[in-house]
Design a protein around this ligand. Structure first.
Ligand SMILES: Cc1ncc(COP(=O)(O)O)c(C=O)c1O
Length: 366
């Protein structure tokens, strides 16, 4: 019996796997998905538990309390904010909102794996512009914009390399994007940025109606399982995009936890500081081992390993460490708790010794 006819793109999707699917058997050290290593603060757990008492009711479809709290925190008008079930859901809304026959999206590659996937699902052609020196090549991206380009994505910091684009470069780039083309600045890791030259998307979006910023509660706020993110942009664009968002997508638990998290921002940002300090410590140690690791402004590090990437990923998996492997390119490792980071560093050091011994053996024939 034949099956119903679905998009041929769904066959290709088999190639994509969520982060820890790569080493699902890898076990106790979860350093593959760029999550916060911290368990929720008590008030957040209470907010989630309280929401449990109202699950017979639909959530607020307009996420009003959360939108107001975000407006206060960010210092922007509530009309400039759209809330969604994670920034991935908002990204999907963007793709659907720009989709029409022949539409193209321009984004860097390697970058967040979901961009080509969401493009394919929406029937939008993904135009992938190679990174230069592990970072966005904005000049090359601008060169690839045509009449067919409906969306441009700049992932800043970039996942998986952690690199950022400087404000001046991004301003120059935005000046080359036609006003009719939407630009999404994916700032899922904004709270971890410490490089003062980095562009602040909110500042850029405030002056440009075609620019929207995507942020999330999944990383710095530690609410990955609750699925809540937001978009900031021109109120006219936001009003249209809100229409395209699925209704009731953000649960009451997610909305309440996010409002509570905003109230605990100071404490949560102190946690982010510890992650940033750990990021520096791990990178320095990896550099001392001789690894190639670009400066990361996110909560993960990128090890450029080329043809050794798969073997290193397997080496980590064999020692119970789940990392994100990009065969032929590199390995992305999340910054975890200091103890987990030490285990990872010990494993990376062992790998280095083993690799040196193998190379020595190959040279001497032993
Ligand atoms: C660049 C980037 N954007 C968006 C997301 C998705 O975040 P959310 O959990 O809000 O859907 C991620 C998650 O890893 C990411 O790396």
């Amino acid at each position: 019996m034949s099956l119903p006819r679905l998009s041929p793109f769904l066959d290709e999707l088999a190639a994509y796997r969520p982060s820890d699917g790569v080493h699902a058997a890898a076990g106790p050290l979860p350093l593959a998905a760029n999550e916060s290593p911290h368990t929720p603060l008590p008030d957040i757990a209470v907010a989630v538990a309280e929401a449990g008492g109202a699950v017979n009711r639909y959530p607020d479809p307009r996420c009003r309390a959360l939108t107001r709290a975000l407006a206060r925190t960010l210092g922007v008008d509530a009309g400039r904010i759209a809330v969604g079930a994670g920034s991935v859901a908002l990204l999907q809304t963007l793709f659907q909102a720009v989709a029409e026959p022949g539409a193209e999206v321009v984004h860097a590659w390697r970058s967040f794996e979901l961009y080509p996937m969401l493009a394919g699902l929406a029937g939008v052609r993904s135009v992938q512009v190679p990174l230069a020196g592990e970072t966005h090549d904005l000049a090359a991206m601008a060169d690839r914009i045509t009449d067919a380009t409906r969306l441009v994505i700049v992932c800043n910091p970039n996942n998986p390399t952690g690199t950022v684009v400087p404000r001046q470069d991004l301003e120059r780039f935005l000046a080359r994007v036609p006003a009719t083309c939407l630009v999404a600045l994916d700032e899922a890791y904004a709270e971890y940025v410490r490089d003062p030259a980095t562009a602040d998307g909110l500042e850029l979006a405030a002056r440009r109606p075609n620019v929207v910023v995507l942020r999330t509660f999944s990383k710095a706020y530690g609410l990955a399982a609750l699925r809540v993110g937001y978009l900031v942009g021109d109120p006219r664009v936001v009003a249209l995009l809100r229409r395209a968002c699925p209704v009731y997508a953000v649960s009451t638990a997610a909305q309440r936890a996010a409002v509570t998290a905003l109230g605990l921002r100071e404490e949560l940002m102190e946690r982010v500081d510890t992650t940033v300090a750990e990021r520096t410590r791990i990178r320095d140690a990896l550099l001392a081992l001789g690894e190639r690791v670009p400066d990361s402004q996110a909560n993960f590090l990128w090890l450029r390993l080329d043809e050794e990437a798969a073997a290193f990923g397997d080496w980590c998996a064999g020692r119970g460490i789940s990392v994100r492997t990009f065969p032929g390119e590199g390995v992305r490792v999340s910054v975890g708790s200091p103890r987990d980071n030490d285990v990872f560093l010990g494993t990376a050091a062992e790998w280095r010794v083993l690799r040196a011994a193998r190379r020595f053996g190959a040279v001497t024939g032993t």
